[in-house]
Design a protein around this ligand. Sequence first.
Ligand code: PMP
Length: 427
Amino acid sequence: MTNHELFQRALQLMPGGVNSPVRAFRSVGGEPFFTARADGAYLWDVEGTRYIDYVGSWGPMIVGHNHPAVREAVERAVKDGLSFGTPCAAEVTMAEMITRLIPSVEMVRMVNSGTEATMSAIRLARGATGRARIVKFEGCYHGHGDSFLVKAGSGALTFGVPTSPGVPKANADLTLTLPYNDIDAAQTLFAEQGHDIAGLIIEPVAGNMNCIPPVDGYLQALRELCTQHGVLLIFDEVMTGFRVALGGAQAYYGVTPDLTTFGKIIGGGMPVGAYGGRRDLMEQIAPSGPIYQAGTLSGNPVAMAAGLAMLELIQTPGFHDQLAARTRLLADGFQSVADGEGIPFSTNRVGGMFGLFFSAQKKVTSYAQATAADVALFNRFFHGMLKRGVYLAPSAFEAGFMSSAHSDQDIADTLEAARGALRDARA
Ligand code: PMP
């Protein structure tokens, strides 16, 4: 069966032929490939074509695909059964691991996706403060919960429906949005409405409108504003957690949130999410408190085994420095290739996350700048890279992800491909 044949079948059976929108290649054009197998830094499609992968299952494959230690941990866990519906020891080990690595997380609750984590964190913020409004940032994506599909990033941005039909106006009205990296706008909003705001949720490094790090002092200023106004600060570390540093973006920037949400990374590729934070807040979650949240498959033993094995691997001394060094090599390489071709271009990177912008802007720091980049040029570049065996995220508005499995040779091959792809794309 070819990629094309599979996609034709899929289109008859699933909306857009996919189970998650950006996978469909709608914004870059063409048809997606169907992955048959993944190992290390590579994906192989059903036709046997190999791609150097900078998507990494959208973030979690920080040690590369199909790492033997993770696979073996899963195999061991599977022998004992797939789901118990009772507590299991691995959940306790996972909670100990997360609370040790992220000290602001004093207690944690496992869930099954990033979406669930953010929805639950917001419910907790509302329940704990008795306030209804939340604040999010234009171009940030926090999953597909009703409260978050307002000026959202990722697929919502890619497909031009940042605010989705089906989100009731009453619900959307409770979500206030701010421009990312603009502290004056936040101060003005808090001065007017701070007393009504339950929580402010932010991607501490934005990864769903391409990759935009916070400007100096920005997260600190938001921390102060939230404290002043009794608003809970929620870091959505679904992408940044355990990736930009072992302790996540909060360790990297030295800012302590009240609550943190995690996702895919702590499952090592299995469907997992988690939220956690201050003990006095988390104790308000059922059954120790009245704020309800539950999940039949939450804390699944196989998912815990995969996540724990991966979290062990990334604690190897120097792991994150090396990941950051590789990411720098790649980003600087892209820059010099683009400079050599005379194409206006810039990059952003933090730890193992990066962004590529076809833009004359030297440093992209805002949503407006990110969305002003040349999307048509990116799309041609994307296909040029794919043709040369390199898989970037199929949208100009997604971050790229490095793994420890990417070798110097992979990076050199990627840059060689970029030279050809840029020449073709410019024409
Ligand atoms: N928050 C952030 C920052 C994300 O990047 C994502 C997904 N990419 C989510 C939440 C939602 O996670 P999930 O797709 O697992 O529901």
